[in-house]
Write a protein that binds this ligand. Sequence first.
Ligand code: C2E
Ligand code: CA
Ligand code: CA
Length: 771
Amino acid sequence: MAGGSSGKLMRVVRKWRGPAARRGRPLSLAWIPAGTLVIVAVIWSAVFLRIQAERRETHDAAVAASVQLASAFAQHIDRTVHDADAAVRWVKYEYERSPSTFDLGTYQRQGLISADTALQVTLVGANGEVMQTTTPNAKQVNLADRPHFLIHQANADAGLYISQPVVGRVSNQWTLQFTRRLNHLDGSFAGVVVVSEDPDYLTNGFYNLEALGPGGMLALISDNGYLLSRRAGSQPASPAGPPASAYGEMVGAKGGVFDDPVDHVRRFVTHRHLSHYPVAVLVGLSEHDTLAGYQHTRTLYILMSSVITVVLLLSAGLITRMMGELLAGREEMRHLAGRMQNLAETDALTRLPNRYLLTETVRRQIGRDSPIDRLALLFIDLDNFKRINDALGHETGDELLQNVARRLAKVAGKERLLARVGGDEFVLVVDGMGASVRARNLAQSIVDAFELAFGLRGNSYVIRVSIGIAVYTDSDDAEYDLLRQADLAMYAAKGEGKPANMSRYRIYTPDLSTRAMRDIERQQELQYAILNGEFFLEYQPIVSLSTGEIRGVEALARWRHPEKGTVMPADFIPFAESTGFIVPIGELVLEQACAQFSEWQESDPRPLYLSVNVSAAQLVHGDLVRVVHRCLNQYMIDPRRLQLEITETAILEDSTAVTMRLKELRLSGVKVVLDDFGTGYSSLSQLTSLVIDGVKIDRSFTRGVPGDKAALATFNSIASLTRDLGLSLIVEGVETEQQASWLHRFGDIEAQGFYFSRPVAPADLRVGKAA
Ligand code: C2E
Ligand code: CA
Ligand code: CA
């Protein structure tokens, strides 16, 4: 089949599928990743807000802690300095009260001065020489160059002086010196009392890991610009380091974050000045330590969010993929279903829509708008397709059907629905205004198109079509009514087309339905007649023309109709043939004829033969060979005494099968003659190839005897041909003596006709005892 053309047909099918088959749009999956991204964005915003809040809280807490620690540290230093100053004041008081008796050693021994009080207590004389000191075996040193000595010497009102930490010349240790001026009674400078403390003592005593953390910092700065003591983290406290000015920017700070000048650790720093002494404290909390918890939380938050994000994205991806696959699966299913539907609605051979799709479409169309005069069907049927199919083989038959489909599709055009509804049956749907006129024009176009022969395997064949047209005119009609009407019209067209052997179309008229109804009734009558034994036989003698003696009898069927009386075969045989009833009727005839003939055989010694008419259908569809043999056996009739009369169309109908059966019958001895010879299409030369024993010349020729020259010529040629071929010859319809005597010239041939005897009931025949 040509691909292009079938493609075109498929497009027509698709077009006709209409809106019902429109596919659903696949669901968009974009909302899954989009939605997931929105969720992820919301999660991250919430996390960042939370982290920010956390950071602010932690910051605030660190500031508050540093402020609180600074004030506690300030109090602690206040007390420490106060204690140290108390010792200074006490020594000063005791010395000034009685300079001559004052002895540090005595106080030491009495426990009034101990290591708890101070690291060292020293009395420096007005000349700077150390007069007394608690450090045993101290070497003689002069402290006149020390800042505290110089300040006290110069200033009577200096009060408590706290010096920069120095390595003590007496103690040889880092010391912080709390000093006051010693006065003589007259108020003149008597020297300096020095109470030395370990500078680390100030910070170590307060340093508390729990409160300050491992990165905390404590520092003391004197108003005169000295760093008195500093301790940071796990580093040992030390007075050494950069000058207090390095801490300058921290002065006044309240929880501000600064870079430490010593270890460069960033800290929350609070600065606080003592209320009674010229000292300020600095407390620093390591930003790293204080924010560690926050950092941890932040990391946790970010980690959790990341995990959630990854899980969400993965899930979304997975879900999208799965949904995608599901949707793809669904799409495929839909596609498959569409294809299945396509298959269910398409004829495999021609790719045209099939009967199902046709009836569905027409039904929808009728249901939609009751289209009076806007819908017509053309029922197109090929003439004699079965014979062509049998003769050429089914493959070629299929090829022919495809060619026919293409030719019809060309006439129909793309817009119209053309369906193949049966073996060689096609239906074309015409819709729209003026459907009946257009249907007729289309039918004529199809008839014209089929004037052209079809080329098939090197041969060309002219195919005739019969077309029935049904127009939707009655809103009560259903699609099957319309189809039936078109079908009836097609049959009527076929009947009209037969004699002329040409394509025809016919428009349905209600009388066709009436005829169809009558046909149904007639079929029922026939059925009943068979069951009820309403058929009986008359017999007509076949005589020898030369002697007038009876040679055989032809059995002729009649129907004793309960109402119409005796019905002649012309009124029921053709109908029985077209409906298939001829097969059982033919069997009845054969049975009845054989029964009668066996009776005659017993009573008549003459070697008569029995001639029985046989229809083509009996040879093609029936089981004629078996029935013949059964009858011959049952009634003990010599096969050579039975003659079967068949029409030549029967022989031409299905040559191979019919020829085989006839051969089989003839082999068993049964004779076969060709009935009504001369009325068919077979030429005389064809006769030679036929498997027959003789011919019966049709009575239409006998009628022309002796006046009609053409008839006489026919008689002459047939007679000589049969003689040459060794075939028997029977002349039908001899009605007059004139005819009989003219026929004498052909010698001893057989004849049959009213001149000898009409067909009569068995009892009236001069056979057997009656003869
Ligand atoms: P047929 O086989 O040609 O049968 C001969 C017909 O010619 C018979 O008509 C007969 O009455 C008629 N006939 C005989 N002599 C003359 C005559 O001299 N002049 C005229 N005008 N007619 C004559 P019948 O009985 O009406 O049968 C008509 C046809 O019906 C038969 O034609 C035969 O084809 C068919 N037929 C009859 N019986 C059977 C049957 O049992 N089976 C089948 N298949 N066909 C049958
Ligand atoms: Ca006959
Ligand atoms: Ca005949």
